[in-house]
Design a protein around this ligand. Structure first.
Ligand code: SAM
Length: 210
């Protein structure tokens, strides 16, 4: 295993688990994850940080998917600690191994930044949702201010290498809308105590349209 593969397999999942557990990020999780109900699918479930926010009384089935073996170890460890039944699999958002219209709800936090194809993953999330199903999202992305965008463009190439393929310049809610969802924006802001280039946050509920 070369250095880059070793870094991605072992350092990135730990770095992400730490960076994605800041107080500001945890507050955003708290705003969306407890809204999950019914048959729930979580994309990018690696790390397992969201599991503490699910209310098992509202959830009839929980499935998750992530490509990172180490991230999945963490997620399965969290499931064991929580003591609930899960179906956590290794795979990619661009090819989700579940049937069409098999979930009521998808949870997607800080993952659309990292998938290879944002549009391809959103299309897959739409496919596995039942009619009227909800996509609950909290993501960082393209900032609204020109001076911040300039830095996002400059930093992104190096950032992607350090942070497991994470993009800084991807629009969030508008891309979900383009993917065939009616989006209710619950909030957007720069995260406190975070560099602005990585700190523009958007969260909301998107309903499968059509
Ligand atoms: C910044 S981390 C966020 C993890 C978790 N969703 C959270 O909120 O803490 C990004 C996650 O996306 C996962 N990921 C990267 N590429 C992916 C893909 N193509 N499909 C699904 N997940 C992917 C990574 O393995 C990682 O677990």
């Amino acid at each position: 295993m070369g250095f880059a593969s070793w870094y991605d397999a072992h350092v990135v999942p730990r770095f992400i688990k730490c960076a994605c557990s800041s107080a500001a990020i945890m507050k955003l999780r708290e705003k969306v994850v407890p809204l999950a109900s019914g048959d729930v699918f979580e994309i990018g479930c690696g790390g397992g940080i969201n599991q503490q926010y699910y209310d098992p009384a509202r959830i009839t089935r929980y499935a998750g998917l992530d490509p990172s073996a180490k991230g999945l170890d963490f997620a399965r460890g969290e499931a064991a600690r929580k003591g609930w039944a899960t179906d956590i699999r290794q795979g990619f958002g661009e090819a989700i191994p579940f049937e069409d219209a098999s979930f009521d709800c998808v949870v997607c936090t800080f993952t659309l930044c990292s998938v290879d194809s944002q549009a391809g993953t959103i299309a897959e999330l739409r496919r596995i949702l039942r009619p009227g199903g909800r996509l609950l999202y909290a993501e960082h992305g393209r900032a609204p201010d020109a001076n911040v965008r300039k830095w996002q463009d400059r930093i992104e190439p190096a950032w992607k290498k350090l942070a497991g393929g994470c993009h800084l310049t991807r629009p969030v809610a508008s891309e979900i809308e383009r993917g065939g969802f009616a989006v209710e924006r619950l909030g957007e802001r720069y995260s406190p105590k975070t560099p602005k280039f990585a700190g523009w946050m958007e969260w909301g509920v998107a309903v499968k349209a059509g």
